[in-house]
Structure formats: C-alpha cells, structure tokens
Design a protein around this ligand. Structure first.
Ligand code: ATP
Length: 330
C-alpha cells in the first residue's frame, strides 16, 4: 500500500482554525485566508485520511467532530524549564516518519538533543518493517536524537531504558495501570499504549548516534483499531481529565533526557530492577516467537544488565536478544 499524499499547507492552516470543534463558515474561512470557497472546500475535502471526521453543514459551515490539540514548541519549552536545556525541539505538520527524518538530519550533523515531533506521519514505522498507525492529533509521534561517546555495543538495553523513562513520565502524569512488555512496548490495561523504535548509526567502537522514536496514543479512533490488529489503549479512555498533548510530550521529554544522560554513564544496569518491576510478564509463562515461525515457551525470569530476556525453559535458562524475536503471552 503506498503512503497517502501529504496534505497541503492550507489544509493544516484551516484545521488549526477548526481545532475548537465549533462551526466555521466556509465564506468566512475563505475571506480570512484570501482564497475562494471552492479552494477551502477542496483543501478540506480529504481530511478523512488524516483520521479526522469533518461535518460540512449547509448554512453553518465546517465543524470537526472532536476538538484538535496542536503541539506548541514554545509551550513545551516553557513547561520543561531547565529540564529542557540541551533539547532542540521542532514541530512539523507532517513527515513520512519522525525517525526517518531525524536519521537523515543526524547524518547531516544535527546536534544531540534534537527533538522532532510530527503532527501527522504518512509512513510511521514499528520494528521489523511493521507500521505505526496514527491520526492527526490522536497520537504523539516524536523522535529524539542522542549522541553517545561509546560504540554500538554500549547501547544494549537502551530500548528498555526508554521504557523506564516513559513509565516515570506516565507516573508523573498520574496514569496508573501502565506496564512494560519486553523489549519495547508500553502497555495500559492489556492494550498497547506506546511503541518505542530505536535506530542507531555509528560503529562498534563509537561514537554513535541513536534516534529514539516514540508513538503514544492519546485517542485511538475505532477505525484505526481495525488497522492496528492488536489490542491498543489510549489515555482518553482513562477516567481522568483529557490528557493535554503538550504536557504529555513535555513530561516525556523531561524523563527521557534524564534517563539518556544516566544511560551514557552507567548503561541499562542501574535501571534493571525498576524495569523488571514494571514488566507485565515478569514471572509469567510466555511464548517467544522466532524468525523461522517456531516458538519457545518458558517462564520469564527477568532481564540481564544488557536488557537480554531470561527465560526458564524445559532446557534450563535461555537468553533472548531483542533482534527478531517477539514475546507473546502463553
Ligand atoms: P514486538 O513484540 O515484536 O515488539 P509488536 O507487534 O509490538 O511486536 P512493534 O514493531 O513494536 O511490534 O510495533 C508495531 C505494531 O504495533 C504494529 O504491527 C501494530 O500491531 C501495532 N500498532 C501500530 N500502531 C499502533 C497504535 N497507534 N497503537 C497501538 N499499537 C499500534
């Protein structure tokens, strides 16, 4: 399936105006943007593929089914305060994938601490070529570039460390019931709340650059659940005031930066106990799916200081590297 076309700048400008979820007359919008009503109609014609529902009512104008929360870099910077020192935050209306773009920027010399948050991804990615689905305003999709003095070999356990940072962020946001699934998922009430995708550049001896991509659901519309194909959860369905996207991003960045600073000195080992406490499958029977389609069953003992999964199987303890292996409940 080919990626959908990127929307026009006018579409985003109009959607910003419609973000309040109120009716806006097509005639007034046309006047405000100095275009014809037909151009407005054309720019809003296909917003369904952004995951939005737009009502168009004769005599009243256009209205989004739900208000839209836009990201605001200045707001995020001010709520981060000193915790944002060393972070360079940029927000884009759209990109194929925040990770792909940041990897490109990294090879062109972007500084460590660069953060790219993308309002809408045309080709979001998961592990092993899988797809990350997101609708405009419904998901936070952002990537952080971090530069490490050590080589690629010193990065094992990094995706687990990022999971710990996200758990700390959710805790600060007052979200209970979240947990981790080895190696890279954040779960909430048995559904996937967030995915983490780590992509590294560099060599074994260093230095290395890592792009850490995170997709976190604020709302998962019904239509998207079918595409996702596994249980997904979101913050909106929690019995709490609607999560504010800017705040969720700011708090996540604060904890990520702290964990990444710590990781560059001590690696994953100091976070291991905390990670195991959050592991939903700790002490449980699971199946490890292997690349050849076979599977190995056993009880999760925990992880090593490098983030390798320890499983007690019929043959004794076996170790699993994240590589191409997936953990599933037994
Ligand atoms: P693994 O255990 O191997 O990591 P995974 O299914 O979690 O398996 P990932 O590569 O981590 O795989 O994530 C991609 C998968 O996440 C997709 O195949 C899809 O099932 C799921 N997914 C995609 N978009 C979303 C979303 N917005 N919310 C929750 N899950 C999603």
């Amino acid at each position: 399936m080919s990626a959908p076309d990127a929307p026009k700048p006018l579409t985003f400008a109009l959607l910003r105006r419609l973000a309040d979820g109120e009716f806006h007359s097509g005639e007034v919008l046309a006047r405000q943007f100095g275009v014809t009503r037909a151009t407005v109609c054309n720019a809003l014609h296909d917003v369904g593929h952004l995951g939005l529902t737009l009502y168009s009512v004769r005599g009243r104008g256009y209205r989004l089914a739900r208000p839209l929360q836009w990201l605001d870099a200045a707001l995020i910077r001010s709520s981060l305060g000193a915790a944002g020192d060393g972070l360079h935050i940029e927000i884009l209306d759209h990109a194929s994938s925040s990770n792909a773009l940041l990897l490109q920027r990294s090879s062109q010399g972007a500084p460590g601490g660069t953060v790219l948050a993308v309002e809408w991804q045309t080709a979001g990615r998961g592990r092993l070529g899988r797809t990350w689905h997101s609708g405009l305003g419904d998901t936070l999709t952002f990537s952080v570039l971090w530069r490490f003095g050590g080589g690629l070999a010193t990065l094992s356990g990094l995706s687990l460390a990022v999971g710990v940072a996200m758990m700390r962020a959710l805790h600060e946001l007052g979200i209970a019931g979240a947990g981790l699934k080895w190696p890279n998922d954040v779960l909430l009430n048995n559904g996937k709340l967030a995915g983490i995708l780590i992509e590294a550049q560099g060599d074994m001896l260093g230095p290395s650059a890592v792009v850490i991509g995170i997709g976190l659901n604020l709302t998962v519309p019904e239509a998207m659940r079918e595409l996702i194909g596994q249980p997904a959860s979101d913050l909106t369905s929690l019995d709490m005031p609607q999560a504010e996207r800017n705040q969720v991003l700011a708090v996540s960045l604060k904890h990520l930066a702290a964990v990444l600073h710590g990781f560059s000195h001590g690696g994953f080992a100091p976070l291991r106990d905390e990670w195991e406490r959050h592991h939903v499958f700790q002490g449980r029977m699971v199946k490890m799916l292997m690349p050849d389609g076979s599977h190995v069953s056993g009880t999760v003992l925990g992880v090593t200081d490098d983030g390798v999964l320890r499983l007690l199987t019929g043959q004794g303890e076996q170790l699993f590297n994240a590589g191409e292996v997936s953990l599933r409940s037994a």
